[in-house]
Write a protein that binds this ligand. Structure first.
Ligand code: SF4
Length: 418
């Protein structure tokens, strides 16, 4: 059987796309290998939402071309956001690629492989945590963001398609399923809402942990906390990119909510009957951001102890966005100011880590083992948040009852109880 290797860059949404690409490949008789050297086909699934991601993808392309040139007959497929953002016009030196397809574009891969239908394959290495994509694209058009240019307007998948994928993933032994899309909170189909969809998934698979990613604050569903209260297998985890809290900056970003709206939501999270954790992302040094705007952001982040993870990015001026076409150099905070603002946010994140380690020390918690010695708690997403280190080797894929013994940074240490 010929073997293929998939290299995925970027976020969990790309992981979900790679699963679909792998489904096309296995459906066409390819094996999925964990070792790139002995393979005949390499599919490089790229990311390109900001310049550092573009740079990383270009580095990977260079290495992929080297891999292809090392052995005649090797097949190279370029996929994902990079070709989605910069379609090949024949001048980019991409002629060594055998196929170039956009994000999640399984139909062109199927055509290339002469395939008519794909299945979701057993993932290489049997991943314990998998992703389930419920929509593609985004219609929010935030002023700084390239995603709508790359992936197009939001298209929600039907509940039927989603449930079929969930069934495959469950049959393959997933212990956790992350629900992904660019704007999951807005998912709608017929009369169904995102909370109804999760209720159905959580009820059908009571032994699987479900975790919802990318909840846009403007579309946060009011019935989400009651859903968490009712279903123990929906993780008490809010992944909400606030991006900023200053009304002036939010307006300029084209984010349709206010600082007060965020404070109201975070008050609810803080007072929820179960312990829950919030992961948020934000942009520091956005055009026009003053010291007052930034102080308001820091004050907000410091105020809520439910915040467990903060991912802060500097503003990147990306061609094709609304902000790119209107920003002037006077709008941009000085580079050194941006660096110092990012460092201040890093200090707040460190303070949260210390508070969380204190809060969790001595608690009995379930930890999902990702490897014999490392796992993640219900409060932390696998791969992106802190990990938990066991005091002895356990079986990967099992949910282990542990006592938390301490924490360093965002990571925890745990004593295995059974
Ligand atoms: S909601 Fe997210 S993906 Fe959509 S345009 Fe805004 S930042 Fe981009």
């Amino acid at each position: 059987m010929p073997e293929a290797f998939l290299l995925t860059l970027g976020c969990p949404k790309n992981e979900a796309d790679s699963d679909a690409f792998a489904g096309c490949l296995t459906g066409a008789g390819w094996g999925i290998s964990r070792n790139i050297e002995n393979t005949d086909l390499l599919l490089l699934n790229t990311c390109a939402f900001i310049q550092p991601a573009v740079d990383e993808s270009l580095d990977a392309i260079e290495q992929a071309l080297e891999w292809k040139n090392n052995k005649p007959g090797r097949i190279l497929v370029l996929a994902g956001c990079l070709p989605g953002r910069y379609p090949d016009d024949g001048s980019g030196g991409l002629e060594d690629f055998d196929l170039i397809i956009g994000p999640g574009d399984t139909s062109h891969l199927e055509e290339y492989l002469s395939l008519t239908s794909a299945s979701i394959p057993e993932p290489a290495g049997g991943r314990i945590s998998r992703y389930l994509k419920i929509s593609e694209g985004c219609s929010n058009n935030c002023a700084y963001c390239t995603i709508p240019l790359i992936r197009g307007a939001r298209r929600d998948r039907s509940p039927q398609e989603i449930l079929i994928d969930a069934e495959h993933i469950a049959e393959q032994g997933a212990v956790e399923i992350g629900i992904v899309g660019q704007d999951t909170a807005s998912w709608k189909y017929g009369g169904d809402s995102i909370t109804r969809l999760i209720t159905q998934l959580a009820g059908t698979y009571p032994d699987i942990w479900f975790r919802l990613y990318y909840i846009h604050p403007a579309f946060y569903p009011d019935d989400f906390l009651p859903l968490l209260a009712e279903h123990d297998n929906v993780m008490p985890y809010i992944d909400m990119p606030v991006q900023h809290v200053s009304d002036r900056i939010l307006k300029r970003m084209g984010r349709p909510y206010t600082g007060d709206h965020l404070r109201k939501l975070f008050d609810e999270f803080e007072n929820f009957e179960k312990m829950l954790s919030v992961r948020t992302t934000l942009i520091a040094g956005y055009p026009g951001e003053t010291e007052d705007d930034f102080s308001e952001l820091v004050q907000f982040l410091s105020q809520y102890r439910c915040i467990r993870t903060i991912a802060a990015f500097p503003y990147w001026s990306e061609e094709g966005t609304r902000e790119f076409s209107r920003v002037s150099s006077e709008d941009l905070p000085d580079r050194s100011i941006v660096q110092s603002r990012l460092a201040r946010i890093g200090d707040v994140a460190d303070e949260h880590n210390i508070v969380w380690a204190d809060r969790l020390e001595g608690r009995i918690m379930d930890i999902l083992a990702d490897t014999p010695l490392l796992g993640h708690s219900r409060l932390d997403a696998p791969g992106v948040d802190g990990a938990c280190c066991f005091d002895r080797s356990v079986e990967p894929g099992r949910i282990i009852r542990c006592r938390i013994t301490g924490g360093t940074g965002s990571d925890l240490t745990a004593e295995v109880l059974k």
